[in-house]
Each structure stands twice: as structure tokens, then as C-alpha cells.
Design a protein around this ligand. Sequence first.
Ligand SMILES: Nc1ncnc2c1ncn2[C@@H]1O[C@H](COP(=O)(O)OP(=O)(O)OP(=O)(O)O)[C@@H](O)[C@H]1O
Length: 533
Amino acid sequence: MTSETAETGGAESPPLVEAEGITKRFPGVVANADVDLDLHAGEIHCVLGENGAGKTTLMNVVYGLYQPDEGELRVRGERVDFESSADAIAAGIGMVHQHFQLVPVLTVTDNVILGQEPMRGPLVDRESARQRIVELSEQYGLAVDPDARIGDLSVGAQQRVELLKALYREADVLILDEPTAVLTPGEVREFFEVVRGLVAQGKAVVFITHKLREVLELADRISVLRGGALVGTADPHEATIESLAELMVGREVAFTVDKTPAQPTHTMLQVRDLHVKDDRGVQTVQGVDFEVRAGEIFGIAGVEGNGQRELVEAVTGMRTPTNGQIVIGEYDIVGANPRKVQGLGVGHIPEDRGKHGLVSRFDLTENVILNRYHHPPFSQRFLLNRGVAKDTTQRLVEQYDVRTPSIDVSASTLSGGNQQKLVVARELEQELRLLVVNQPTRGLDVGSVEFIHSQLVRRRDDGVAVLLVSAELDEVLGLADRIGVIYRGELLATMDAAEATRERVGPLMAGQTQQAAAAGAGANGDGEGKQGA
Ligand SMILES: Nc1ncnc2c1ncn2[C@@H]1O[C@H](COP(=O)(O)OP(=O)(O)OP(=O)(O)O)[C@@H](O)[C@H]1O
């Protein structure tokens, strides 16, 4: 639908939001340089750009979190000067961040009305709020139980609560920052339906994503940022994944991984009959067996939440298994702490860089030496050699193209994708025997994905054993030499990459065993990995 046909649009009405000449500077960086952006009722506007291109900054300006240094914002044709997000919300702008801002112990209703409680005299009128939430869920197809506790909801349901929160505040413009990064394939499909419903009812949606297939499927309008500036717009009917990638990155991007057949040698990681419980005490890994040899990439495919997190935490010493063996080299590491495991030459790229990868208030050098400051070359005779630490950080920042004004800024100032590149650089560029990577390219732009993939293959070719866990089926199929499929904590099948196709692995990810798949029973493709590009 276009603005002309939208309920609240119409050829003569101005865009819901016009951003004109927006410039926003941070120390040493021009995050947005003279950017124009129009958001129309009834349109899905995709904003693309490589990591650090300025997408989040621009949206934070529109949402009132940052004030622009230059330029102006107009809402329905009227100039606005937002001093905070409260002003933007009052003007009908809502934003759903990548990290949800919900209180886990409260109910859906309490979260939605938080800070906006309807009062009847001195009392909160919870019942009328609850009724309004039910109406909104029905109107926009946002299925959630208003009385459920947030902590008990799936990620997809929590995202629907965030949308309800914005709609309850009567938002006409919804800014969604990488909303599908955290969703399972089934949830992505449901989410697309919701977004289509929102624009059909006259809302304007801004959709930030690195997944170009999603852009082609959903966008009415595409804007591309590079180095803080708007470098172009693309017509979703004419654009291809390749053309969008080139517009974003400024060069051609390869979508297939260039690698020769693996030459594996001895077993480096052996996992036997592994059982692991999650934080709630639920047995999420249930009798897993596999091994990874030096010089190969063993990929674990699976829809998120099937025990991958607990498996990776057990292998890296962050979680003690309830049963089973994990042998790295010749050591059984069950009971060993993460530092000990790391000392065996184990690198770890965690799925949650905020929790386990980086300390956001530390500068880049402190983050690079985080788990190695007590090892040479950083430590010499118990003293930290700052010069070596800084030189190493500078080299990694250049080699991995971490976009930053300097290595002295705190990690929190880096864009999400650049934070991830820093973690990957630190973990890959050390003495390694085993590398455990969980969702290594989440939030990365297509150019960075291409680079990180080639680096993983390079370390494999150096003789490192690589355990790759990813919900992106394309990533596992493109990188791994052998593949296991995890479903409800069990490895359903292990196969050579040559035998692994999307058609074979997809149904297994949905829990369909090989026998059933051969009989053709009930394949619905729901288990397909999230789309790579
Ligand atoms: N609060 C801040 N202080 C200093 N620099 C910042 C701050 N926020 C963003 N930047 C810088 O502004 C630039 C743009 O960052 P932004 O987060 O907008 O990029 P992005 O396009 O959203 O990237 P990604 O795809 O990685 O999320 C980056 O160079 C970043 O380091």
C-alpha cells in the first residue's frame, strides 16, 4: 500500500514525519550527515546501511532520544523540537528497540500501561486499560494474554507487547530496530503479517534490518545510509539482494563462502552423553554426542531455544553439565571454570555480546585484553604492557574494520555491529585450538558477514577446530564441513556438508526425523533457518 491509498494518507497530506538535513555529531564522528527522510502513512520504509552507517542514530533523533546538531523534524507538516522521547511519544511516534524494555515480573497489562496508567479518582483503572489492550490486540492481530507475566512469554510475544505499548500510546509511526534478529522463522512470518496489518490500517512503519531478503519481501520504500549520509533510495520491485548489498557497502559482496575441502586431523573436542539444565532447572540438552576435529568446522543447525545456549555454555565452562563428558584435547573440562577452559586455547564468541562479550564502559583496549591481560604478550613479569595492548587493539580495529573514531572510546559508543566485530577480532586472533562460536554474524551487515566467514575458514585452515552454532541455516550450510541438527536438546542427525541441503536440514530443524522426512510426512518447512542475507 502507498501513502496515496492509505486510510490516513492521501496525495495532499504531508508525510507523517519529515526529517530534513539532519546532522548529528559525536566526538570524532559524524553519525548523520545532512540526512533527509520521509515517513508516510500506510508505508513500510526500510532503512539499510552497513554497521555504523548511522541508522540507529537517525532513529534516535526521530524518537527524541538525541537532539540533532542541525536540521529539522516535522510531524504532520508541523515543526517539532523533541527534548526527550516523551515528546516524540506524545507526537505519535513509537519505537521498539532491539533489547526490549519490559519488566519481567510484571504482567502484560502492567507493562503496557506503565507510566501511562489510566486513573479513576485516586485509583488506577486497570480494568479499562486491560479492555483497551484486548481491543488493540484484536485490531492488529497481536495475540497476547493481558494477564501473563512478561518473564513467562516467548521472545515473539514480548515483542508484541512492545508493539502494544506503542499502540496504547496511540503511535502512528512505529520504528522497529532489527526486529527479526531475535525471532524464530515461524515468528518472523507472523510478525510480517502484523506489520502488513499495521500499515493497512494507516500506520507508518520504519524497519531496520540487515536481512536483505526481508527487505525485498516487505518494503514499500528503501533508503540506504553509508558513512552517516543518505546514499540512495531503491525501488523494492526492481532491487535485488546484490544491488542492495552494493548500494550499502559500495562494492560487490560475495554471498557464498570460498573454501576448499577440510583436511581434519585429530579430535579436539569430544562431547559424550551431555545433559545440561537451563537457569530454570529444565533439562535443555539431553544426551548429546559429537566431536569436532582440528581443521574442520562442525556446524550445529537449529531453531533458537533448542538447547544451543546451554550446550555452548557447557563447552566453554560457563555452565556445569548434569551428566556427560566434555573433553578438549586430553582434558575433561567438566567442573572447570571458563578461565581454565580458555587457557586450553579455547576462543568463544558468545551469542550475547552485551552480557558475556564486552564490558561496555571499558575502552576498546581494555575489552581486547579482557580475558588475556594476565597472559603474554600483554603481561610481562606480572606487569601489564599497555603499549603492546594498544598496538594489538589498533591492529585488530584496522584488520576487522571496526568503525570507531579511536581505540580510546568506551565500547558502548560503538554501533551494535561494530561491537560484534570487536569481539570476533579478539577471539579469533589468539592462540587457538578450539573456537566456539554462537551466532557470530548476528547484527552484522552483508560485507562484514562475508569477512567474518572468510576469517572462520582461515582459522579452520590453520588447524583450529571450530564449533559453529547458528540459527541461520544458510550460514551453517555455507560454512560447515559437517552438520548436526539440534531439536529439543537432542542431535537428531549428523551429516557431511555434501549431503546437507536446505530440504534435508529444514524439516529436521522442525523435529521431523529422517525416516518421517523420507516418508514425506507433515513437512511444513517451519524449521527452516532464518534467512541469511
Ligand atoms: N552515544 C554515542 N557516542 C559516541 N558515538 C556514537 C554514539 N552512538 C553512535 N555513535 C557512533 O555513531 C556512528 C553511527 O552509529 P549507529 O549506531 O547509528 O550505526 P548503525 O547504522 O545503527 O550500526 P549497526 O548496524 O552496527 O547497528 C558510529 O560510528 C558510532 O560509533
